[in-house]
Design a protein around this ligand. Structure first.
Ligand code: AP5
Length: 214
């Protein structure tokens, strides 16, 4: 299955993608995670991307498109994948369409996770991520058992640099301006499954799997 998870910052794309990986046994491809790994490794791509990410802006399309095109050709993608955070502009969506065409493949579904803005801000403000394994927590909604430590690997948890209030506002505005138009882009192609993204995490997962028929 080839799937896009679409939704604003904090909608729960990463959280739900991890559950879908278990269920569907296909990889999660998160451009945000790929960029953060490049930043952490101090690569030229990471240094360039950081300037945009710290401001809450999008990294230029040509960088992201090249990154994803290369990733989709790896062996673990043959049975499908979950795209998390890509595409984010109409240009990226068109480039994805061309890449899929060249690979004689097509998208199956686009899940649009819908969450009110006030919930998004609460979720992002409380998010903590493990520095070692990337597992995600929320100080209020899903805290780790030991404050500041990951349940899975014991590594330290941290707050993302782009989760500061001012940057979050910018990310939400960028989403409304550049990414939300993708809902009608994919609706015109009959691919969108709208899923309410509020409530308990397992309940949202059930809604998604019901929408996908898996
Ligand atoms: P990226 O990493 O993709 O961030 P994002 O899209 O802003 O999304 P988030 O990771 O903030 O949220 P999420 O929807 O995954 O929610 P999560 O599951 O974590 O991108 C970061 C930056 O990289 C961009 O700003 C841009 O600069 C750059 N970038 C990335 N891709 C790009 C692209 N394609 N083009 C150009 N630039 C790109 O959940 C959030 C919190 O809420 C967590 O704490 C979680 O525990 C909690 N939570 C989840 N579900 C629930 C629930 N149901 N109830 C209560 N709490 C919940």
């Amino acid at each position: 299955m080839r799937l896009i998870l679409l939704g604003p910052p904090g909608a729960g794309k990463g959280t739900q993608a991890k559950l879908l990986v278990e269920r569907l046994q296909i990889p999660q491809i998160s451009t945000g995670d790929m960029l953060r790994a490049a930043v952490k490794d101090g690569t030229p791509l990471g240094r360039e991307a950081k300037q945009y990410m710290d401001r809450g802006s999008l990294v230029p399309d040509e960088i992201i498109i090249g990154l994803v095109r290369e990733r989709l050709q790896r062996a673990d993608c043959t049975r499908g994948y979950i795209l998390d955070g890509f595409p984010r502009t109409v240009t990226q969506a068109e480039a994805l369409g061309k890449t899929l065409e060249a690979l004689h493949a097509s998208l199956d579904h686009v899940v649009s996770l819908e969450v009110p803005t006030e919930d998004l801000v609460l979720r992002i403000a409380g998010r903590r991520t493990c520095r070692n394994c990337g597992d995600m927590y929320h100080v209020r909604f899903s805290p780790s058992k030991t404050d500041g430590r990951c349940d899975a690997c014991g590594g330290p948890t941290y707050q993302r640099d782009d989760d500061r209030e001012e940057t979050v506002r910018r990310r939400l505005a960028v989403y409304a301006d550049q990414t939300a138009p993708l809902i009608s882009f994919y609706e015109a192609r009959g691919l969108v499954r709208r899923v309410p993204g509020t409530g308990e995490i397992p309940e949202i997962f059930r809604r998604i799997t019901a929408a996908l028929g898996t």
